[in-house]
Ligand binder design. Structure first.
Ligand SMILES: *Cc1c(COP(=O)(O)O)cnc(C)c1O
Length: 346
């Protein structure tokens, strides 16, 4: 039975071009700065994001943690969306390891925070209060269905932050999905953010890795924090090589994933018992609700028919398209869904 795996874009495998580049990669000890392939990946990432420098880390979670450690001091408070990945899905690392307190502001359904609410959450000069050390935004927004923030959205948050001399970290795990959707260079979407992280291991299909980008001085500090959390890696060019291939050849094709996601959403909308507004689907994430019954029960039924999705809380299920999913897989997924929903309703 063929399996259509829509659990996440993290299930993607390295491409043949990546495996070849990995096998041929020139390497050195990266903790000593000696790995030419990693140096090249970091320089390329910095250029693509329009920042002075970049640092290769093991994961998006590590990039975000290192960013908090670099921007903040223990006892700071940091502001982020109540639906953000950093708040919900990073094991509380900012609090547990960076010693900062997290304050959330509501994300609207496209992952934006109201700039006035952000400003109201910034702490003043009161002896009782923790100083606000960082404001975090997310683009595309994972929990908010892969919705994008525009250049103007980002600028609105950065303006508030910078007026109060507070830095902004952009969790851009899927920043290139936003760039492709908006037909705007990622550099423009990162403009104003003091640091930005993005993942190689999701839609870009690399096996491992994330990059944190910012000023030269910031990245120098981040490099030390990365070492402290155990992220100093040695002959890491063997995985950095895949990242270079990704930045050169895997970005533009994300448009296909977006087309497939939209087709999937439109198909789902026509199946009785499923609630979804396909117009909300901008990139590669499709979140829908089952009108009646248990989403977990439906997922088990789908699994038995060779279709995999992930549970997203409440009655929500999430499907994510990626380079392992072709147009035929979308047709197959919709067939399975239609059949399963009939079974599920009875
Ligand atoms: C996946 C993701 C991360 C974390 O990346 P990992 O590499 O899985 O640690 C961070 N932020 C967002 C928005 C993500 O989707």
């Amino acid at each position: 039975m063929p399996v259509v795996d829509l659990r996440s874009d993290t299930v993607t495998h390295p491409t043949l071009a990546m495996r070849q580049a990995m096998a041929a990669a020139e390497v050195g000890d990266d903790v000593w700065g000696d790995d030419p392939t990693t140096n090249r990946l970091e320089a390329t990432a910095a250029e693509v994001l329009g920042k002075e420098a970049a640092l290769f880390t093991a994961s998006g979670t590590m990039s975000n943690l290192v960013s908090v450690l670099t921007h903040c001091r223990r006892g700071n408070e940091i502001i982020m969306g109540n639906e953000s990945h950093m708040f919900l899905n990073e094991v509380g690392s900012a609090s547990a390891l960076a010693g900062v307190q997290v304050r959330t502001v509501a994300n609207d359904r496209r992952g934006m925070m109201d700039p006035d609410e952000v400003e109201a959450a910034i702490r003043g000069d009161n002896i009782h209060h923790p100083p606000t050390g960082l404001i975090c935004i997310e683009n595309t927004h994972n929990r908010c269905g892969g919705a994008v923030l525009t250049v103007e959205d980002t600028a609105a948050i950065c303006d508030v932050a910078h007026r109060h001399n507070i830095p902004v970290h952009l969790d851009g795990a899927r920043i290139f999905n936003a760039a492709v959707y908006l037909e705007t260079p990622a550099e423009e979407l990162a403009k104003g953010a003091d640091s930005v992280s993005f993942c190689l291991s999701k839609g870009l299909s690399c096996p491992i890795g994330s990059l944190l980008c910012g000023t030269g001085e910031y990245i120098q500090g981040a490099r030390k924090w990365r070492k402290m959390v155990g992220g100093g890696m040695r002959q890491v060019g063997v995985i950095a090589a895949a990242g270079i291939v990704a930045l050169e050849s895997m970005i533009d094709r994300l448009a296909e994933d977006h087309v497939n996601a939209r087709k999937l959403a439109e198909g789902l909308a026509s199946i009785p018992g499923i609630d979804i507004d396909p117009a909300q689907v901008q990139t590669n994430i499709v979140i829908f609700e089952v009108a009646h019954g248990s989403a977990l029960g439906l997922l088990r039924l789908l699994e038995a028919h060779g279709l995999r999705g992930s549970y997203n809380g409440g009655r929500r299920i999430r499907f994510v398209t990626h380079c392992g999913i072709a147009a035929e897989d979308i047709a197959l997924a919709l067939d399975v869904m239609a059949t399963a929903m009939k079974e599920f309703a009875s």
